[in-house]
Design a protein around this ligand. Structure first.
Ligand code: NAD
Ligand code: ZN
Ligand code: ZN
Length: 339
């Protein structure tokens, strides 16, 4: 099969022929139709994070396609079913996190396109117990981004503890952020979208944001407090530590910041303000299998619709360059075969 392979951090991916693996017990082989390009894949290929991926690596964790073969023990999926191979490739199934519906925190998890090979390929192996499930008649290119970007922001919004009618600030309107705006609106929230690029703010507006703000030109905290009285919650998907710091200052008292963006770095958390204002700051990592099916449900009902540009596997290095420069709009999705 054809795949994009990383051999060295910071180097271009190589497009080459790789052997197709057969599914083992509890696994499925997926013939990939579409795979979204997440900024996490770029972090992986740059070796940005303290925990680094395996090398060589086939990246990609927004792949969806058809089940091509099933391993032993998989009696609930069959050839031709439409499934996605997500970031949470597998978890142990029996630790304190797995048994309490927090499999995303399992210490023994494997991650697609990171610790195991992912979907920048014509075929990918997934653990049948952790795949995303889709009905047959779907737009693969629309749905691929839901399996990471979609579920991550849907879960992240839940983690802001905001309620319908309240205000949430979305920092970063890229692949994750433009979906976050739509999930937030569908969840009955008022949305202030913040980015440093005008084209991203335009996308936020057309995605339904009530208010947009360029944080390179205006201080978000000052602006949103004077205009709205502050935010009940903030979700940061931006790839800059500065956005995390700025998002704190937009919160009302009792507000919650949910962090999903993963730029390398740190930010200052002021002790006095956090205590006196009873702020909550928490990380949020993708979503559970239950979150995944809920997030897919919103998309199937047409309540969220990814802005998608399709590309070829051979374009991946060019796409990464554009991602670094912040010039992509919405999500870029690789097409591996005809649906
Ligand atoms: P993207 O490149 O599509 O979008 C990033 C956006 O951040 C762009 O719109 C960019 O203009 C904006 N931005 C940059 N600097 C900013 C600033 N100072 N203020 C506001 N906005 C700013 O990336 P993506 O695919 O949406 O991923 C975003 C981040 O989320 C990445 O770090 C990725 O690794 C992470 N991520 C985390 C999870 C998780 O489970 N926590 C899941 C998926 C992705
Ligand atoms: Zn992702
Ligand atoms: Zn576990």
């Amino acid at each position: 099969m054809k795949a994009a392979v990383l051999y060295e951090f910071g180097q271009p991916l190589q497009i080459e022929e790789v052997d197709v693996k057969l599914p083992k017990a509890n696994q499925v082989l997926i013939k990939v139709v579409a795979c979204g390009v997440c900024h996490t894949d770029l972090h992986a290929c740059m070796g940005d994070w303290p925990v680094q991926p395996k090398l060589p690596l086939i990246p990609g964790h927004e792949a969806i396609g058809y089940v091509a073969a099933v391993g032993t023990g998989v009696d609930y999926l069959k050839q031709g079913d439409v499934v996605g191979a997500p970031w949470l490739h597998s978890a142990c199934g029996h630790c304190e996190y797995c048994i309490t519906g927090w499999e995303t925190l399992c210490h023994d998890q494997k991650n697609g396109g990171y610790s195991v090979d992912g979907g920048y390929a014509e075929y990918v192996i997934a653990d049948a117990r952790y795949v995303a499930r889709f009905p047959k008649e779907i737009d693969f290119f629309q749905m691929a981004p839901i399996t990471c970007a979609g579920v991550t922001v849907y879960k992240g919004l839940k983690e802001t503890d905001t309620k319908p009618g309240e205000w949430v600030a979305i920092f970063g309107v890229g692949g994750l952020g433009h979906l976050a705006v739509q999930y937030a609106k569908a969840m009955g929230l008022h949305v202030a979208a913040v980015d440093v690029a005008e084209d991203k703010l335009k996308l936020a507006k057309s995605s339904g944001a009530d208010l947009v703000l360029n944080s390179a030109e205006q201080d978000p905290g000052t602006f949103l407090k004077s205009k709205i009285g502050g935010m009940h919650g903030a979700l940061v998907t931006a790839v800059s530590p500065k956005a995390f710091e700025q998002s704190l200052s937009t919160l009302k008292r009792k507000g919650t910041l949910a962090m999903t963006g993963l730029p390398p770095g740190t930010f200052q958390l002021p002790i006095f303000d956090t205590v006196l204002n009873r702020h909550t700051v928490r990380g949020s990592i993708v979503g559970t299998r239950k979150d995944m099916q809920e997030a897919i449900g919103f998309a199937l009902e047409g309540k969220v619709r990814a802005t998608v540009k399709t590309a070829r596997l051979e374009d991946i290095n060019d796409i990464f360059n554009q991602m670094k420069n912040g010039t992509l709009e919405g999500r870029t999705v690789l097409q591996l075969c005809e649906p």
